[in-house]
Design a binder for this molecule. Structure first.
Ligand code: PGA
Length: 253
């Protein structure tokens, strides 16, 4: 059993108005009131961040943003800075989700600046990495992960590495209902940890590696029991309070 506290984070993507988010949180809180030994996060769209911080205050639920710009301020229409997020008293920020990489041109170069910027600001970064289906088929999974992790963590000091959360999310499993097998998830998450160990053994032992990609109440327990899987980044199944709570419960078991 590792000493790492599991983290279950619900990535809502572009879902839920403030009213819908309020309905979700009132449905979730009674389920997770007594949750112990597991960290719980929700990642609402930016419009609902403040409302969720207010509604989750005093509970075990922490709030994360879904993206952040690396600059302090400036002419970046539509973007949000670290200082704007810390002002909301949120816990952290998801960085480099595959949808941002594929649909919005997020680059490893920008992520190399975003991850240390988030840490400096006191935000816990959840750095997402993962291979596409063709990359897995070509046998390029490890090469892709090595590249994404080396770049994403390049400017993070060794003594801050353990404060980063890494989410391994095979792109072919995201929103498809196709979950990685436990063997595939364990192998990739152990590889991610081994890459961090090349920088610092101590950090690699403390850093949390999440699995993401069609995690659901009926497959969560098996995935969360894997030795190198320290939680989950949950998309679709995080939109409903009961199914999200069931995954949280699977992590605490
Ligand atoms: P999914 O999404 O659980 O709907 O596959 C996971 C994610 O994109 O973080």
């Amino acid at each position: 059993m590792s000493s790492r506290t599991p983290l279950i984070a619900g990535n809502w993507k572009m879902n839920k108005t403030i009213a819908e988010a309020e309905e979700f949180i009132s449905g979730l809180l009674p389920h997770v009131f007594a949750a112990d030994g597991v960290d719980i996060g929700i990642c609402p769209p930016v419009t609902a961040l403040q409302a969720m911080v207010d509604s989750a205050r005093g509970s075990a639920v922490r709030v994360y943003a879904q993206n952040m710009h690396q600059a302090d301020s400036g002419a970046f229409t539509g973007e949000v800075s670290a200082a704007m997020l810390t002002e909301l008293e949120i816990q952290g920020v998801v960085l480099g989700h595959s949808e941002r990489r594929e649909l919005f041109g997020e680059t490893d170069k920008a992520l190399a600046l975003k991850v240390p910027k988030a840490l400096e600001a006191g935000l816990e970064p959840i750095l997402c990495v993962g291979e596409a289906e063709e990359e897995r088929e070509r046998g390029d999974t490890e090469r892709k992960l090595r590249h994404q992790i080396q770049e994403g963590l390049a400017k993070v000091a060794d003594d801050r590495l353990a404060d980063v959360v890494i989410a391994y999310e095979p792109i072919w499993a995201i929103g498809t209902g196709l979950t990685a097998t436990p063997e595939q998830a364990q192998e990739a998450c152990a590889f991610v940890r081994a890459l961090v160990a090349q920088r610092s053994d101590d950090a690699a032992q403390r850093l949390r590696v999440l699995y993401g990609g069609s995690m659901k109440p009926d497959n969560a327990a098996e995935l969360l029991a894997l030795p190198d899987v320290d939680g989950g980044l949950v998309g679709g199944a995080s939109l409903d309070p009961a199914s999200f709570a069931a995954i949280v419960e699977a992590a605490g078991a």
